[in-house]
Design a protein around this ligand. Structure first.
Ligand SMILES: *[C@@H]1O[C@H](CO)[C@@H](O)[C@H](O)[C@H]1NC(C)=O
Ligand SMILES: *[C@@H]1O[C@H](CO)[C@@H](O)[C@H](O)[C@H]1NC(C)=O
Ligand SMILES: *[C@@H]1O[C@H](CO)[C@@H](O)[C@H](O)[C@H]1NC(C)=O
Ligand SMILES: *[C@@H]1O[C@H](CO)[C@@H](O)[C@H](O)[C@H]1NC(C)=O
Ligand SMILES: *[C@@H]1O[C@H](CO)[C@@H](O)[C@H](O)[C@H]1NC(C)=O
Ligand SMILES: *[C@@H]1O[C@H](CO)[C@@H](O)[C@H](O)[C@H]1NC(C)=O
Length: 408
Protein backbone atom coordinates (compact mmCIF):
# COMPACT_ATOMS: atom_id res chain seq x y z
CA UNK A 1 0.00 0.00 0.00
CA UNK A 2 2.74 2.37 0.94
CA UNK A 3 4.69 1.08 -2.05
CA UNK A 4 1.85 1.92 -4.46
CA UNK A 5 1.63 5.49 -3.33
CA UNK A 6 5.42 5.75 -3.47
CA UNK A 7 5.36 4.72 -7.20
CA UNK A 8 2.56 7.25 -7.87
CA UNK A 9 4.56 9.91 -6.15
CA UNK A 10 7.62 9.10 -8.29
CA UNK A 11 5.58 9.24 -11.53
CA UNK A 12 4.24 12.64 -10.60
CA UNK A 13 7.73 13.75 -9.72
CA UNK A 14 9.03 12.52 -13.13
CA UNK A 15 6.29 14.30 -15.09
CA UNK A 16 7.08 17.56 -13.34
CA UNK A 17 10.79 17.03 -13.89
CA UNK A 18 10.23 16.42 -17.68
CA UNK A 19 8.03 19.49 -18.10
CA UNK A 20 10.50 21.68 -16.24
CA UNK A 21 13.34 20.34 -18.35
CA UNK A 22 11.56 21.15 -21.55
CA UNK A 23 9.96 24.36 -20.38
CA UNK A 24 13.20 25.80 -19.07
CA UNK A 25 15.20 25.11 -22.23
CA UNK A 26 13.51 24.75 -25.47
CA UNK A 27 9.98 23.57 -24.89
CA UNK A 28 8.10 22.17 -27.86
CA UNK A 29 11.26 21.98 -29.85
CA UNK A 30 12.40 18.61 -28.70
CA UNK A 31 12.69 15.87 -31.15
CA UNK A 32 11.02 12.48 -30.95
CA UNK A 33 14.43 10.88 -30.38
CA UNK A 34 15.07 13.14 -27.57
CA UNK A 35 11.74 12.20 -26.05
CA UNK A 36 12.38 8.55 -26.63
CA UNK A 37 15.70 8.95 -25.02
CA UNK A 38 14.05 10.67 -22.13
CA UNK A 39 11.46 7.95 -21.84
CA UNK A 40 14.13 5.34 -22.01
CA UNK A 41 15.97 7.14 -19.27
CA UNK A 42 12.81 7.39 -17.30
CA UNK A 43 12.27 3.70 -17.93
CA UNK A 44 15.73 2.98 -16.71
CA UNK A 45 15.12 5.06 -13.64
CA UNK A 46 11.82 3.40 -13.20
CA UNK A 47 13.50 0.03 -13.52
CA UNK A 48 16.14 0.97 -11.04
CA UNK A 49 13.45 2.26 -8.77
CA UNK A 50 11.50 -0.93 -9.25
CA UNK A 51 14.55 -2.96 -8.37
CA UNK A 52 15.21 -0.76 -5.42
CA UNK A 53 11.59 -0.98 -4.49
CA UNK A 54 11.68 -4.70 -4.86
CA UNK A 55 14.82 -4.88 -2.73
CA UNK A 56 13.16 -2.65 -0.22
CA UNK A 57 10.11 -4.79 -0.35
CA UNK A 58 12.19 -7.89 0.18
CA UNK A 59 14.04 -6.20 3.00
CA UNK A 60 10.85 -5.06 4.57
CA UNK A 61 9.33 -8.48 4.05
CA UNK A 62 12.28 -10.04 5.73
CA UNK A 63 12.07 -7.62 8.55
CA UNK A 64 8.42 -8.21 8.95
CA UNK A 65 8.96 -11.92 8.83
CA UNK A 66 11.70 -11.74 11.45
CA UNK A 67 9.49 -9.46 13.43
CA UNK A 68 6.72 -12.00 13.15
CA UNK A 69 9.08 -14.77 14.26
CA UNK A 70 10.20 -12.66 17.19
CA UNK A 71 6.66 -11.94 18.11
CA UNK A 72 5.78 -15.61 17.81
CA UNK A 73 8.72 -16.64 20.02
CA UNK A 74 7.72 -13.95 22.50
CA UNK A 75 4.24 -15.34 22.52
CA UNK A 76 5.64 -18.78 23.22
CA UNK A 77 7.67 -17.39 26.09
CA UNK A 78 4.65 -15.50 27.24
CA UNK A 79 2.52 -18.62 27.06
CA UNK A 80 5.10 -20.54 29.05
CA UNK A 81 5.23 -17.70 31.56
CA UNK A 82 1.49 -17.66 31.86
CA UNK A 83 1.45 -21.40 32.43
CA UNK A 84 4.08 -21.00 35.11
CA UNK A 85 2.12 -18.20 36.64
CA UNK A 86 -1.01 -20.30 36.58
CA UNK A 87 0.88 -23.04 38.31
CA UNK A 88 2.20 -20.62 40.87
CA UNK A 89 -1.21 -19.27 41.48
CA UNK A 90 -2.50 -22.79 42.00
CA UNK A 91 0.35 -23.55 44.35
CA UNK A 92 -0.25 -20.36 46.22
CA UNK A 93 -3.89 -21.12 46.44
CA UNK A 94 -3.10 -24.54 47.81
CA UNK A 95 -0.68 -22.99 50.26
CA UNK A 96 -3.27 -20.53 51.37
CA UNK A 97 -5.80 -23.29 51.85
CA UNK A 98 -3.24 -25.30 53.81
CA UNK A 99 -2.42 -22.26 55.90
CA UNK A 100 -6.09 -21.85 56.58
CA UNK A 101 -6.23 -25.47 57.80
CA UNK A 102 -3.11 -24.92 59.87
CA UNK A 103 -4.55 -21.85 61.44
CA UNK A 104 -7.65 -23.77 62.36
CA UNK A 105 -5.53 -26.57 63.78
CA UNK A 106 -3.41 -24.10 65.69
CA UNK A 107 -6.52 -22.57 67.12
CA UNK A 108 -7.70 -25.98 68.30
CA UNK A 109 -4.26 -26.72 69.69
CA UNK A 110 -4.22 -23.43 71.44
CA UNK A 111 -7.43 -24.27 73.19
CA UNK A 112 -5.89 -27.59 74.30
CA UNK A 113 -2.76 -25.86 75.51
CA UNK A 114 -4.82 -23.39 77.43
CA UNK A 115 -6.62 -26.23 79.14
CA UNK A 116 -3.26 -27.94 79.90
CA UNK A 117 -1.85 -24.75 81.30
CA UNK A 118 -4.89 -24.33 83.46
CA UNK A 119 -4.44 -27.85 84.78
CA UNK A 120 -0.74 -27.20 85.25
CA UNK A 121 -1.36 -24.02 87.16
CA UNK A 122 -3.76 -25.89 89.34
CA UNK A 123 -1.13 -28.55 89.90
CA UNK A 124 1.65 -26.07 90.37
CA UNK A 125 -0.34 -24.43 93.05
CA UNK A 126 0.16 -27.64 94.98
CA UNK A 127 3.47 -28.13 96.77
CA UNK A 128 5.75 -30.86 95.46
CA UNK A 129 5.03 -33.03 98.44
CA UNK A 130 1.29 -32.67 97.94
CA UNK A 131 1.84 -34.54 94.68
CA UNK A 132 3.18 -37.47 96.81
CA UNK A 133 6.23 -38.25 94.69
CA UNK A 134 7.89 -40.53 97.26
CA UNK A 135 7.11 -44.18 96.72
CA UNK A 136 7.21 -47.10 99.14
CA UNK A 137 6.26 -45.04 102.18
CA UNK A 138 9.17 -42.64 101.72
CA UNK A 139 8.87 -39.33 103.60
CA UNK A 140 8.64 -36.21 101.44
CA UNK A 141 10.45 -33.01 102.41
CA UNK A 142 9.87 -29.70 100.58
CA UNK A 143 13.11 -27.96 99.66
CA UNK A 144 13.99 -24.72 97.91
CA UNK A 145 14.73 -26.48 94.65
CA UNK A 146 11.98 -29.06 94.81
CA UNK A 147 11.69 -31.89 97.20
CA UNK A 148 13.62 -34.79 98.65
CA UNK A 149 12.42 -38.22 99.64
CA UNK A 150 13.65 -39.91 102.75
CA UNK A 151 13.33 -43.54 101.85
CA UNK A 152 12.37 -46.33 104.18
CA UNK A 153 15.21 -48.71 104.84
CA UNK A 154 15.65 -51.05 101.92
CA UNK A 155 14.64 -48.50 99.28
CA UNK A 156 16.63 -45.98 97.30
CA UNK A 157 16.31 -43.67 94.29
CA UNK A 158 15.07 -40.09 93.98
CA UNK A 159 11.53 -41.23 94.63
CA UNK A 160 12.42 -44.33 96.65
CA UNK A 161 11.32 -46.38 93.67
CA UNK A 162 14.18 -48.90 93.83
CA UNK A 163 14.18 -51.87 96.16
CA UNK A 164 17.79 -52.39 97.23
CA UNK A 165 18.95 -55.88 96.38
CA UNK A 166 20.57 -57.01 99.60
CA UNK A 167 21.79 -60.13 97.80
CA UNK A 168 24.04 -58.00 95.56
CA UNK A 169 26.99 -58.44 97.90
CA UNK A 170 26.57 -62.24 97.83
CA UNK A 171 26.43 -62.51 101.62
CA UNK A 172 25.53 -66.21 101.77
CA UNK A 173 28.63 -68.34 102.20
CA UNK A 174 29.21 -72.02 101.67
CA UNK A 175 26.87 -72.23 98.69
CA UNK A 176 23.93 -70.84 100.59
CA UNK A 177 21.12 -69.41 98.47
CA UNK A 178 20.33 -65.73 98.94
CA UNK A 179 16.72 -64.53 98.97
CA UNK A 180 16.27 -60.77 98.61
CA UNK A 181 13.61 -59.24 100.82
CA UNK A 182 12.74 -55.67 101.71
CA UNK A 183 15.64 -54.24 103.69
CA UNK A 184 17.04 -57.67 104.42
CA UNK A 185 18.04 -60.94 102.93
CA UNK A 186 17.74 -64.53 103.98
CA UNK A 187 20.28 -67.22 103.35
CA UNK A 188 19.06 -70.71 102.74
CA UNK A 189 22.02 -72.68 103.97
CA UNK A 190 23.17 -76.11 102.95
CA UNK A 191 22.50 -78.77 105.56
CA UNK A 192 25.85 -78.61 107.31
CA UNK A 193 25.83 -74.85 107.66
CA UNK A 194 23.84 -72.33 109.61
CA UNK A 195 23.88 -68.72 110.66
CA UNK A 196 22.75 -65.53 108.98
CA UNK A 197 25.43 -65.93 106.30
CA UNK A 198 25.77 -69.75 106.46
CA UNK A 199 29.18 -69.33 108.07
CA UNK A 200 28.57 -71.58 111.05
CA UNK A 201 29.53 -75.18 110.60
CA UNK A 202 27.10 -77.26 112.55
CA UNK A 203 27.77 -80.62 111.09
CA UNK A 204 24.94 -82.98 110.51
CA UNK A 205 22.51 -83.29 113.38
CA UNK A 206 22.93 -86.77 114.74
CA UNK A 207 19.94 -89.03 114.85
CA UNK A 208 21.73 -92.29 115.47
CA UNK A 209 23.62 -93.56 118.50
CA UNK A 210 27.20 -92.43 118.44
CA UNK A 211 28.59 -94.87 121.00
CA UNK A 212 28.19 -98.59 121.15
CA UNK A 213 25.22 -100.01 122.97
CA UNK A 214 26.04 -100.44 126.62
CA UNK A 215 23.61 -100.96 129.38
CA UNK A 216 23.94 -98.72 132.40
CA UNK A 217 22.14 -99.84 135.52
CA UNK A 218 19.82 -96.91 135.80
CA UNK A 219 16.06 -96.82 135.26
CA UNK A 220 16.57 -94.69 132.23
CA UNK A 221 19.03 -92.03 131.26
CA UNK A 222 17.67 -88.54 131.52
CA UNK A 223 20.98 -86.75 131.17
CA UNK A 224 24.54 -87.82 130.92
CA UNK A 225 28.04 -86.34 131.10
CA UNK A 226 31.59 -87.60 130.83
CA UNK A 227 34.31 -86.29 133.13
CA UNK A 228 37.91 -85.55 132.19
CA UNK A 229 38.99 -88.88 133.64
CA UNK A 230 36.35 -90.71 131.60
CA UNK A 231 33.79 -91.28 134.33
CA UNK A 232 30.24 -91.45 133.06
CA UNK A 233 27.59 -89.62 135.07
CA UNK A 234 23.94 -90.39 134.33
CA UNK A 235 20.78 -88.97 135.87
CA UNK A 236 17.35 -90.57 135.75
CA UNK A 237 15.37 -88.02 137.85
CA UNK A 238 15.26 -90.37 140.84
CA UNK A 239 19.00 -90.47 141.27
CA UNK A 240 22.39 -89.81 139.68
CA UNK A 241 24.98 -92.52 139.20
CA UNK A 242 28.68 -92.33 138.44
CA UNK A 243 30.30 -95.10 136.36
CA UNK A 244 33.88 -95.86 135.62
CA UNK A 245 35.20 -96.13 132.06
CA UNK A 246 34.29 -99.81 132.03
CA UNK A 247 30.68 -98.97 133.01
CA UNK A 248 31.03 -100.32 136.53
CA UNK A 249 29.12 -98.27 139.06
CA UNK A 250 31.35 -96.07 141.22
CA UNK A 251 28.69 -94.19 143.17
CA UNK A 252 24.94 -93.74 143.43
CA UNK A 253 24.47 -90.18 144.74
CA UNK A 254 20.84 -90.87 145.69
CA UNK A 255 19.50 -87.37 144.97
CA UNK A 256 16.71 -86.50 142.50
CA UNK A 257 18.88 -84.81 139.97
CA UNK A 258 17.58 -84.25 136.51
CA UNK A 259 20.44 -82.62 134.51
CA UNK A 260 24.18 -82.79 134.84
CA UNK A 261 27.27 -81.11 133.44
CA UNK A 262 30.98 -81.25 134.08
CA UNK A 263 32.45 -77.84 134.90
CA UNK A 264 35.63 -76.50 133.34
CA UNK A 265 37.47 -77.38 136.55
CA UNK A 266 36.18 -80.97 136.40
CA UNK A 267 33.40 -80.88 138.96
CA UNK A 268 29.87 -82.17 138.55
CA UNK A 269 26.98 -79.70 138.59
CA UNK A 270 23.35 -80.91 138.81
CA UNK A 271 19.93 -79.31 138.63
CA UNK A 272 16.69 -80.70 139.99
CA UNK A 273 13.24 -80.07 138.57
CA UNK A 274 11.29 -77.09 139.90
CA UNK A 275 14.21 -75.58 141.77
CA UNK A 276 16.58 -72.67 141.47
CA UNK A 277 19.40 -74.63 143.08
CA UNK A 278 22.56 -75.97 141.45
CA UNK A 279 24.39 -78.78 143.27
CA UNK A 280 28.16 -79.28 142.96
CA UNK A 281 29.96 -82.63 143.48
CA UNK A 282 33.39 -84.01 142.82
CA UNK A 283 33.72 -86.42 139.89
CA UNK A 284 33.68 -89.32 142.30
CA UNK A 285 30.46 -88.14 143.95
CA UNK A 286 31.41 -86.08 147.02
CA UNK A 287 29.18 -83.12 147.82
CA UNK A 288 30.82 -79.68 147.45
CA UNK A 289 28.11 -76.99 147.71
CA UNK A 290 24.72 -75.74 146.54
CA UNK A 291 23.93 -72.34 145.11
CA UNK A 292 20.67 -70.58 144.19
CA UNK A 293 20.61 -68.72 140.90
CA UNK A 294 19.48 -65.12 141.20
CA UNK A 295 16.29 -65.65 139.20
CA UNK A 296 13.09 -65.33 141.24
CA UNK A 297 11.23 -68.67 141.26
CA UNK A 298 13.54 -70.22 138.70
CA UNK A 299 12.79 -73.78 137.56
CA UNK A 300 16.12 -74.86 136.16
CA UNK A 301 16.46 -77.55 133.54
CA UNK A 302 19.41 -78.25 131.25
CA UNK A 303 22.84 -76.84 131.97
CA UNK A 304 26.28 -76.84 130.46
CA UNK A 305 29.61 -75.23 131.25
CA UNK A 306 31.76 -72.61 129.63
CA UNK A 307 35.54 -72.85 129.44
CA UNK A 308 35.60 -69.62 131.48
CA UNK A 309 34.13 -71.45 134.48
CA UNK A 310 30.58 -70.13 134.29
CA UNK A 311 27.54 -72.26 133.63
CA UNK A 312 24.83 -71.82 131.04
CA UNK A 313 21.42 -72.78 132.42
CA UNK A 314 17.91 -73.06 131.00
CA UNK A 315 15.05 -71.73 133.10
CA UNK A 316 11.47 -72.94 132.62
CA UNK A 317 10.04 -70.08 134.72
CA UNK A 318 11.23 -67.19 132.56
CA UNK A 319 11.82 -69.33 129.45
CA UNK A 320 15.24 -67.84 129.10
CA UNK A 321 18.82 -69.03 129.09
CA UNK A 322 21.25 -67.56 131.65
CA UNK A 323 24.95 -67.43 132.23
CA UNK A 324 25.52 -68.22 135.91
CA UNK A 325 28.52 -67.54 138.09
CA UNK A 326 29.14 -70.93 139.71
CA UNK A 327 30.14 -69.42 143.06
CA UNK A 328 27.64 -66.61 143.55
CA UNK A 329 24.72 -67.89 141.47
CA UNK A 330 24.60 -64.50 139.78
CA UNK A 331 22.49 -65.09 136.65
CA UNK A 332 22.69 -62.96 133.49
CA UNK A 333 20.08 -63.65 130.83
CA UNK A 334 21.53 -64.17 127.36
CA UNK A 335 18.42 -65.03 125.36
CA UNK A 336 15.90 -62.30 124.69
CA UNK A 337 12.38 -62.65 126.03
CA UNK A 338 10.38 -64.73 123.60
CA UNK A 339 13.29 -66.56 122.02
CA UNK A 340 12.09 -69.84 123.50
CA UNK A 341 8.82 -71.35 124.56
CA UNK A 342 10.52 -73.78 126.94
CA UNK A 343 14.30 -74.00 126.75
CA UNK A 344 15.20 -77.48 127.94
CA UNK A 345 18.62 -78.80 126.97
CA UNK A 346 21.71 -76.81 126.35
CA UNK A 347 25.17 -77.56 125.05
CA UNK A 348 28.02 -75.68 123.39
CA UNK A 349 29.81 -76.65 120.22
CA UNK A 350 33.49 -76.13 119.61
CA UNK A 351 32.76 -72.82 117.87
CA UNK A 352 31.27 -71.45 121.09
CA UNK A 353 27.72 -71.50 119.75
CA UNK A 354 25.23 -72.18 122.53
CA UNK A 355 22.79 -74.77 121.22
CA UNK A 356 19.44 -75.01 122.96
CA UNK A 357 16.54 -77.36 122.35
CA UNK A 358 13.17 -75.73 122.77
CA UNK A 359 10.85 -78.23 124.41
CA UNK A 360 7.56 -76.70 123.35
CA UNK A 361 9.01 -74.67 120.49
CA UNK A 362 9.78 -77.82 118.50
CA UNK A 363 13.13 -76.45 117.51
CA UNK A 364 16.85 -76.33 118.07
CA UNK A 365 18.42 -72.90 118.13
CA UNK A 366 21.98 -71.69 118.10
CA UNK A 367 22.71 -68.60 120.17
CA UNK A 368 25.70 -66.30 120.24
CA UNK A 369 27.09 -65.27 123.60
CA UNK A 370 25.03 -62.10 123.25
CA UNK A 371 21.86 -64.07 122.72
CA UNK A 372 21.24 -63.47 119.04
CA UNK A 373 19.83 -66.49 117.27
CA UNK A 374 22.48 -67.66 114.82
CA UNK A 375 20.48 -70.51 113.45
CA UNK A 376 17.30 -72.37 114.01
CA UNK A 377 16.25 -75.86 113.07
CA UNK A 378 12.64 -76.82 113.41
CA UNK A 379 12.22 -80.43 114.33
CA UNK A 380 8.50 -80.23 113.64
CA UNK A 381 7.61 -82.19 116.71
CA UNK A 382 8.39 -81.60 120.35
CA UNK A 383 10.88 -84.00 121.88
CA UNK A 384 8.12 -85.74 123.74
CA UNK A 385 5.42 -85.78 121.11
CA UNK A 386 3.67 -89.02 120.25
CA UNK A 387 5.41 -90.15 117.11
CA UNK A 388 8.83 -89.69 118.61
CA UNK A 389 8.15 -90.84 122.12
CA UNK A 390 10.04 -94.04 122.75
CA UNK A 391 9.57 -94.23 126.47
CA UNK A 392 13.21 -93.48 126.91
CA UNK A 393 14.84 -90.62 125.09
CA UNK A 394 13.84 -87.80 122.94
CA UNK A 395 15.35 -87.01 119.60
CA UNK A 396 16.43 -83.65 120.91
CA UNK A 397 18.49 -85.45 123.42
CA UNK A 398 20.98 -86.58 120.89
CA UNK A 399 20.80 -83.21 119.20
CA UNK A 400 21.71 -81.40 122.35
CA UNK A 401 24.57 -83.43 123.59
CA UNK A 402 26.73 -84.73 120.88
CA UNK A 403 29.01 -86.68 123.14
CA UNK A 404 26.22 -88.53 124.89
CA UNK A 405 24.70 -91.83 123.86
CA UNK A 406 21.18 -91.01 122.90
CA UNK A 407 20.01 -94.54 123.33
CA UNK A 408 20.68 -97.07 126.12
C1 LIG B 1 -2.96 -20.53 92.08
O1 LIG B 1 -2.56 -19.70 93.14
C2 LIG B 1 -2.65 -18.33 92.86
C3 LIG B 1 -2.05 -17.57 94.04
O2 LIG B 1 -2.04 -18.36 95.19
C4 LIG B 1 -4.11 -17.94 92.62
O3 LIG B 1 -4.20 -16.59 92.30
C5 LIG B 1 -4.64 -18.77 91.45
O4 LIG B 1 -6.01 -18.55 91.28
C6 LIG B 1 -4.42 -20.26 91.72
N1 LIG B 1 -4.77 -20.99 90.54
C7 LIG B 1 -5.51 -22.12 90.56
C8 LIG B 1 -5.78 -22.72 89.24
O5 LIG B 1 -5.88 -22.63 91.60
C1 LIG C 1 13.80 -30.98 105.19
O1 LIG C 1 14.90 -30.38 104.54
C2 LIG C 1 15.44 -29.29 105.24
C3 LIG C 1 16.55 -28.73 104.40
O2 LIG C 1 16.23 -28.77 103.08
C4 LIG C 1 15.97 -29.74 106.58
O3 LIG C 1 16.45 -28.66 107.31
C5 LIG C 1 14.86 -30.42 107.35
O4 LIG C 1 15.38 -30.98 108.52
C6 LIG C 1 14.26 -31.52 106.51
N1 LIG C 1 13.13 -32.08 107.23
C7 LIG C 1 12.95 -33.39 107.33
C8 LIG C 1 11.71 -33.83 108.02
O5 LIG C 1 13.73 -34.18 106.85
C1 LIG D 1 26.64 -61.37 107.27
O1 LIG D 1 27.21 -60.73 106.15
C2 LIG D 1 26.98 -59.35 106.13
C3 LIG D 1 27.47 -58.85 104.81
O2 LIG D 1 28.68 -59.45 104.47
C4 LIG D 1 27.67 -58.70 107.30
O3 LIG D 1 27.48 -57.32 107.28
C5 LIG D 1 27.09 -59.28 108.55
O4 LIG D 1 27.77 -58.77 109.67
C6 LIG D 1 27.21 -60.78 108.54
N1 LIG D 1 26.49 -61.31 109.70
C7 LIG D 1 27.00 -62.23 110.50
C8 LIG D 1 26.15 -62.66 111.65
O5 LIG D 1 28.10 -62.69 110.31
C1 LIG E 1 21.50 -102.93 123.86
O1 LIG E 1 21.98 -104.01 124.67
C2 LIG E 1 20.96 -104.64 125.47
C3 LIG E 1 21.63 -105.65 126.35
O2 LIG E 1 22.80 -106.12 125.82
C4 LIG E 1 19.94 -105.23 124.51
O3 LIG E 1 18.92 -105.83 125.30
C5 LIG E 1 19.34 -104.14 123.67
O4 LIG E 1 18.43 -104.69 122.74
C6 LIG E 1 20.43 -103.41 122.89
N1 LIG E 1 19.81 -102.29 122.24
C7 LIG E 1 20.12 -101.97 120.99
C8 LIG E 1 19.39 -100.78 120.47
O5 LIG E 1 20.89 -102.60 120.31
C1 LIG F 1 17.84 -71.79 147.79
O1 LIG F 1 16.51 -71.29 147.92
C2 LIG F 1 15.64 -72.24 148.55
C3 LIG F 1 14.25 -71.64 148.55
O2 LIG F 1 14.28 -70.31 148.88
C4 LIG F 1 16.16 -72.51 149.94
O3 LIG F 1 15.33 -73.48 150.53
C5 LIG F 1 17.54 -73.03 149.87
O4 LIG F 1 18.09 -73.22 151.12
C6 LIG F 1 18.43 -72.10 149.11
N1 LIG F 1 19.72 -72.72 148.90
C7 LIG F 1 20.86 -72.07 149.11
C8 LIG F 1 22.11 -72.83 148.87
O5 LIG F 1 20.89 -70.90 149.51
C1 LIG G 1 11.25 -60.10 130.06
O1 LIG G 1 10.22 -60.68 130.84
C2 LIG G 1 10.28 -60.34 132.21
C3 LIG G 1 9.16 -61.06 132.91
O2 LIG G 1 8.91 -62.30 132.33
C4 LIG G 1 10.14 -58.85 132.38
O3 LIG G 1 10.28 -58.53 133.74
C5 LIG G 1 11.19 -58.16 131.61
O4 LIG G 1 11.00 -56.78 131.66
C6 LIG G 1 11.13 -58.61 130.17
N1 LIG G 1 12.22 -58.00 129.48
C7 LIG G 1 12.08 -57.44 128.31
C8 LIG G 1 13.32 -56.87 127.70
O5 LIG G 1 11.01 -57.41 127.73
Amino acid sequence: MRLGSLTGLLTVFLAVYIEDTYAGTSCCHKTREELKEMISLVSAIEETLTTKMSDLKAGIKEEVSSLATGISSDVDTLTAGISTLTKMVSTLSNAISSIKTDVSDIKAENAGIKRDIAALVKTLNKTNCELTPCENDGTCNETENGYTCQCKSGYTGRNCETDIDECDSSPCQNEGTCIDEVNRYTCKCKAEFAGVNCTITIGRLKTKPIVTNRTLTVGFIHDIAVTCSGHIVATDINTAKIYDRDYTLIKDIGKEFSFVTVTSDDKLAFTTFSSSEIHFYTTDGSFIRNINVTVEGARLTGLTSLSTGELVVCDGKTDRVYIVDQYTGNATPISANGTFETPNYVTINNKGVIIVTDYHGDSVKGLSRTGSVLFRRDVGCSPWCQDRFTGLYSGSRSLGRQYSPAYP
